[in-house]
Ligand binder design. Structure first.
Ligand code: ARG
Length: 502
């Protein structure tokens, strides 16, 4: 019965959380036509070009795993974005007189990022398709080409045309035209979709997929730089338009500026004459210096971010946890139900979803919310829920007699809690808290999904840069283990000391 009542309260509370925001949304749209601050998002007045110039930066979203379009190289241990579309982006920013900021993300996150204005434009080898045109505006096209298969050279007699892949698995990057093509034009072939093209190339090399379908230039680039791979024309029907930049719907003035840049670039044939040869040069020189050890800096940065996220989230999580534990134990019904809602909701939804929700959801309101901060907020909130339960169980594990004894000695409620209950509770829950801390350190790896440069994110960068799937993962596993093991030793040391103290 009590349980039912709590569930009902939870429902009412959640509902009341939703209601004001829907009401707000309704008033927002009714004000949109009058308020100038909201006109940004409407198509009526377009100040997109002005906005970029005022901001001083052009944020370009791309999936930098697509040579010669966009990919990464290293210079003095730092990642550098190169490729003909990076040159195009640079030219565009220069023409606008602003600084170029590149946001590297998975191809299938680009459209959402543009929609939520995390980026100003997509320059990522994106073909114009009718479906995409429904959600974004495209510039003029500046490149074109059909789709090629990339296969292992050792398979060259087995696979020579699209139909040879019947009954086999072919990979394509998620959200791409090629992924749709496999589903539509290659019946009997299983489509293996992954977020990163480089992960697919790794899958190909370890024969997890028979081939990978991608744009011609990219397939040729991979084949040219890897003697075990080769590329051939898929000859699949091509229904899409050429490659273009994508803009937020209604950003006409920015799009017009892009078209001017494109026009000039095409007049001088810069893409074919200068930028693609440059990109090939980067690919060749890169191949030579590409050993795993040369990536130690990536791992170091990763460790640094992982520790930052963990430490800050632990402190915030502990504060939140204590607060919610006390609220849950409180006699005040409202506080109690609030805490129950919070704890149950955060424990009952996946952390990965929470991270994305904070990043894209809150990020839609506060547009400049950095990914690192969003990650820390999400991890802290999540950890707070678990810590709250640990602390609650700790407090409840102390017999009532302890409080009574302390009170009969003349201590106030607060003093008794502070000096009698809490220290004993802390001792009891120490192992559970330690567990939570170690879990948190490992779970911080989920933050890589929103592009925070922690250890897992860096590992993926190293994987795609070296085309080695297993070794970087193994190194990362060792690093995590060393970190958690050290941590558990430290925790044990304190646990022992507490045993002596009481
Ligand atoms: N041209 C293809 C498409 O529009 C694939 C582009 C993939 N781009 C990338 N940077 N990974 O769907």
């Amino acid at each position: 019965m009590k349980c039912l009542k709590q569930l009902f309260m939870l429902f009412i509370l959640l509902w009341s959380l939703v209601l004001p925001s829907t009401a707000l949304a309704a008033t927002d749209s009714s004000q949109a036509s009058t308020s100038s601050s909201i006109t940004n998002n409407t198509t009526t007045t377009d100040n997109s070009l002005q906005r970029i110039k005022h901001k001083g930066t052009l944020v370009v979203g791309m999936s930098a795993d697509y040579p010669p379009y966009e990919f990464t190289t290293k210079k003095n241990g730092q990642t550098r974005y190169v490729g003909f579309e990076v040159s195009l982006a640079r030219q565009f920013a220069k023409d606008l007189g602003v600084k170029l900021v590149i946001k590297n993300m998975d191809f299938d996150s680009l459209l959402v990022a543009l929609e939520t204005r995390k980026i100003d434009t997509i320059i990522s080898g994106m073909n114009v398709t009718p479906k995409r045109e429904k959600s974004v505006d495209f510039s003029h096209t500046y490149y074109s080409g059909n789709s090629y298969f990339l296969i292992n050279k050792s398979d060259r007699n087995r696979y020579q045309s699209a139909k040879d892949f019947k009954g086999k698995t072919v990979g394509a990057q998620n959200g791409t035209l090629q992924s749709t093509m496999i589903n539509k034009d290659m019946p009997g072939t299983t489509n293996k979709g992954l977020a990163k093209l480089s992960s697919l190339v790794i899958s190909l090399q370890s024969h997890k997929v028979a081939g990978v379908l991608m744009d011609a230039a990219t397939a040729k680039a991979y084949a040219a730089n890897n003697s075990n791979l080769m590329a051939f024309n898929s000859k699949l029907p091509n229904t899409a338009g050429g490659i273009a930049m994508a803009f937020h719907k209604g950003d006409h003035s920015l799009e017009a500026a892009a078209n001017q840049t494109i026009k000039r670039v095409q007049q001088k044939d810069l893409i074919n004459k200068r930028w693609i040869p440059q990109a090939s040069h980067y690919m060749r020189s890169y191949k030579k210096q590409n050993t795993i050890l040369s990536y130690w800096r990536y791992f170091a940065t990763g460790i640094e971010y992982t520790l930052i996220i963990t430490v800050v989230s632990v402190v915030c999580g502990f504060i939140l946890g204590t607060l919610f534990a006390l609220m849950r134990l409180s006699k005040n019904k409202l506080l109690h139900s609030l805490a129950v809602c919070y704890i149950e909701f955060l424990r009952g939804t996946p952390m990965m979803v929470q991270i994305m929700f904070v990043y894209f959801g809150i990020g839609a309101i506060i547009q400049s919310l950095p990914a690192l901060l969003a990650g820390i907020i999400a991890v802290s909130l999540n950890s707070g829920a678990y810590v709250a339960e640990i602390i609650r169980s700790g407090i409840q594990s102390i017999p009532l007699g302890q409080t009574e004894a302390a009170r009969s000695l003349g201590m106030s409620k607060r003093l008794a809690f502070h000096y009698v209950i809490m220290p004993q509770a802390l001792k009891n829950i120490w192992p559970a808290l330690g567990n939570e801390l170690i879990t948190l350190l490992k779970d911080s790896s989920l933050v890589s999904t929103i592009g925070v440069g922690e250890l897992m994110y860096q590992t993926q960068l190293v994987q795609s840069a070296t085309y080695k799937g297993v070794l970087p993962l193994f190194i990362t596993m060792l690093i995590y283990f060393v970190m958690t093991f050290t941590l558990s030793r430290i925790l044990l040391y304190f646990e022992r000391r507490m045993k002596h103290a009481y």
